[in-house]
Design a protein around this ligand. Structure first.
Ligand SMILES: C[C@H](O)CC(=O)SCCNC(=O)CCNC(=O)[C@H](O)C(C)(C)COP(=O)(O)OP(=O)(O)OC[C@H]1O[C@@H](n2cnc3c(N)ncnc32)[C@H](O)[C@@H]1OP(=O)(O)O
Length: 731
């Protein structure tokens, strides 16, 4: 066991053994910690000088749960035998059942501080009492990882807090504070961090002396209610899961395992739980979600930026230029995180509109119960609207969010260079224009950077930080830091048309249009893409964004990716017939207040006209195609472009692109992101399919060199460039 990963043990004069889990930063239950706990408890059982035990975690945190990297290792090796038996061997036999298996009776009390999550909370649940510091987070978030609690949590939590609350905590994976835990009966006493160990020792001794109850949670039934009551609660939970999480097997499995324990008893429930836990660890859902967990934490590790000893500067005042949809969203995100914002517009009418939008954004959060009114008032006080540059003398960063016009942006940036202080970061929210072109008329290329937000900017979690070859490491680090402060996930990307996400997804709607012109029904495509897990299909998305955006963007992509784009006549025909999507209430769908969008069958003649003009149906007849092929013909071209993004080094690592697609395009997180999903499907299948379609339908499907090489050599698409013979040959 490494020196910092260990289980400490000391016995006080009062006969209480303190067992301390040490594995910074969150005391994850790594295999050596679990082995150490088993050894310590076995030792305690034998020692006559130990009367009672307090279990705690080092550094102000009890435990963040089972070491998730062990499950990742299972995914990489396929070997599930490395999963330790904690539930029965440690919790039931050693901790909870001290009472019956050992001659001397030794109660165990959990002293909880900071957080007890997942397996961490489950350890505490197995103890005979729980004392917690104020504000500690208690939760079972396992379902977010595609698994269920596996150390007895599905059995003990309902027996402590009652069935409805336990189900709610597990299905929502939302932790509660220790104060609420006390009210529910999960926590026995709340004491200050300074008093935590003293009071816990005292509790343990008093349990041993029978002055406090000696409770083995697994054997309790008082909070469960009658079997018929329990079945009613479980039935409601099942219906809810069916509706809200049809793609997530762990949700249904969790309810089933809880029921098993209620019907057959807690111990049988623990055994069933362990069995289902092991099955779920091996599921594709767990593979995807666990990949996303680590990928999300890797994004801010940027070689040459986060590892060279730089310190982020404190950015107190930020100017936003342009109060349109994007600018006002960005300003909203900033003021909500306590950052002073100067909003600049060209005239008072636009300025007023921008400020009203920001106020609407902030007040909307209050109405939806997501923000307290006083916080909203405080945030709005941080906003100042201006019509000139006089306030720009002391700003730390400017984010330009005006229309996509090269000349206008160049003028703005050369003005900013003269007016802003030399340390000021000059960021642009452009989604298409080359950053080198925007900065061409300045000598400040080292502080020019892209801050590409996704709409609505105060809600969407992704921030693409676009760097050029000249952007300084300090500027990138500062923007990563601001991104985190405003609750975004910052992904550092290279400079190219569409950057990482929009570029990767440019073939998404083009592929859908191609299929329509081959005779496939629009609404079938949308339905299948929604069942795959995206929030909506490509046509509903086009309705939502408005057709103007689609036209402008596809022009940009046609110019940059010549030879591999597909231009459909459909969009122009829709526009010509007076349609512009949801905006004007006329799109592929009918939009009525209070009801879901309904397919608008009156577009069918327009679709027919598009097919006639496109003239790509073999023999003039609609192709016959399976549901799976439809999904693949839309998403494999996306994978193909992702391969080019990886090949060109636009992202640092494949998992960054996965996170960017999950957060920016709402690609289903339980599929792990575009590249991870493609590797699960198999590069070979993706390649062979694209090759076949390219022979039938042209270059839009032509496999990229990166995909071809990896498919042929059997190298995963996500493997770093250094893994391929091509890169080795270059070295
Ligand atoms: C059998 C059992 O029932 C199964 C389980 O217990 S599964 C695990 C259940 N627990 C969880 O899901 C909690 C996961 N962790 C978290 O939500 C958050 O890390 C936290 C709330 C504990 C702390 O958040 P925060 O302070 O922002 O730190 P965060 O950056 O997330 O994590 C710090 C480091 O600890 C690691 N870490 C956190 N929890 C971990 C865990 N359970 N296993 C392994 N590593 C973990 C992170 O990967 C990160 O590593 P890095 O510095 O190398 O990137």
């Amino acid at each position: 066991m490494g020196s910092s990963v260990k289980v400490d043990f000391e016995v006080g004069n009062d006969g209480v053994a303190i067992i301390t889990m040490c594995n910074p930063p969150v005391n994850a239950l790594a295999i050596p910690i679990i082995m150490g706990l088993k050894e310590r408890f076995q030792e305690v059982a034998k020692r006559n000088d130990v009367k009672a035990v307090v279990l705690t975690g080092k550094g102000g945190r009890f435990s963040g749960g089972f070491d998730i990297s062990v499950m990742q290792k299972v995914h990489q090796t396929g070997d599930a035998s490395i999963l330790p038996d904690v539930s029965v061997e440690l919790l039931v036999n050693l901790i909870e059942a001290f009472l019956i298996t050992v001659d001397s009776k030794k109660p165990v009390v959990a002293a909880v501080q900071g957080l007890a999550l997942g397996g961490g909370l489950e350890l505490a649940l197995g103890c005979h009492a729980r004392i917690a510091a104020p504000g500690s987070q208690l939760g079972l978030p396992e379902l977010t990882l595609g698994i269920i609690p596996g150390f007895g949590g599905t059995q003990r939590l309902p027996r402590l807090v009652g069935l409805p609350k336990a189900i709610d905590m597990m299905l929502k994976s939302k932790p509660i504070k220790s104060e609420e835990g006390k009210k529910l009966g999960l926590i026995d006493e709340i004491v200050s961090p300074e008093e935590l160990l003293r009071v816990s020792r005292q509790w343990a001794l008093e349990i041993g002396e029978r002055r406090k109850p000696w409770i083995r949670t697994l054997h309790r039934t008082d909070k469960i209610g009658s079997l018929s009551e329990a079945r009613e609660v479980l039935k409601t939970a099942r219906q809810h899961v069916k509706k809200t999480a049809p793609h997530l097997p762990q949700q249904q499995a969790c309810v089933d395992v809880i029921e098993h324990g209620i019907v057959h008893g807690g111990y049988s429930g623990v055994l069933r739980e362990a069995e289902v836990f092991k099955q779920l660890v091996l599921s594709d859902t767990a593979k995807g979600l666990i990949h996303v967990f680590f990928a999300q934490r890797a994004i801010s590790k940027v070689p040459g930026v986060s590892d060279i000893g730089l310190k982020p500067r404190n950015l107190k005042k930020v100017a936003v230029i342009g109060g349109g949809l994007m600018g006002s969203g960005i300003a909203t995100a900033l003021i909500l995180s306590n950052i002073h914002v100067i909003l600049k517009e060209v005239n008072s009418q636009y300025l007023e509109k921008g400020i009203k939008t920001i106020e609407g954004n902030v007040r909307g959060l209050v109405t939806r119960g997501k923000l307290a009114k006083n916080k909203a008032d405080g945030a709005l006080l941080l906003l100042k609207g201006v019509l000139d540059y006089s306030e720009f003398k002391d700003v730390d960063m400017v984010i330009e969010a005006v229309i996509e016009n090269v000349n206008l942006k160049q003028t703005i940036f050369s003005d900013l260079e003269k007016i802003c202080p030399p340390h000021c970061i000059l960021a642009t929210n452009t989604s298409t224009i080359d950053l080198n072109v925007i900065g061409a008329k300045t000598r400040s290329e080292d502080r020019i950077v892209g801050a590409h937000f996704f709409s609505p900017a105060h809600i969407m979690p992704l921030l693409e930080i676009v760097r050029t070859k000249k952007t300084s490491a300090q500027v990138i680090l500062d923007l990563i830091t601001v991104g985190k402060i405003i609750n975004k996930s910052p992904v550092v990307v290279g400079n190219c048309t569409g950057f990482a996400v929009n570029r990767t997804f440019f073939p998404y709607s083009q592929g859908a249009h191609l299929l329509v012109n081959l005779g496939v029904d629009i609404f079938r495509i949308d339905r299948l893409i929604s069942s795959f897990g995206l929030p909506m299909g490509p046509f509903q998305l086009q309705d939502l964004a408005g057709y103007g955006v689609a036209v402008a963007v596809s022009k940009e992509f046609d110019g940059s990716f010549r030879g591999r784009t597909y231009k459909s006549p459909l969009l122009d025909l829709m526009i010509k017939s007076g349609r512009n999507g949801k905006n004007n209430g006329k799109g592929y769908y009918i939009y009525e207040k209070g009801s879901k969008p309904k397919p608008d069958l009156s577009i069918l003649p327009i679709v027919e006209e598009s097919r006639r003009l496109a003239n790509i149906m073999p023999g003039g007849k609609p192709i016959s195609i399976t549901d799976q092929e439809i999904v693949e013909m839309i998403l494999f071209p996306v994978v193909n472009e992702a391969c080019r993004v990886l090949d060109e080094g636009i992202v640092i690592r494949a998992s960054d692109l996965d996170i960017a697609c999950v957060l920016g395009m709402s690609f289903p997180n339980y599929r792990g992101g575009v590249v991870f999903w493609a590797d699960l499907v198999g590069a070979k299948h993706v390649y062979n399919s694209l090759k076949k379609w390219s022979e039938l339908y042209g270059n839009f499907y032509k496999p990229s060199r990166y995909l071809e090489e990896r498919a042929i050599q059997g190298i995963p698409l996500s493997a770093p460039a250094s893994a391929t013979p091509r890169s080795k040959a270059r070295l």
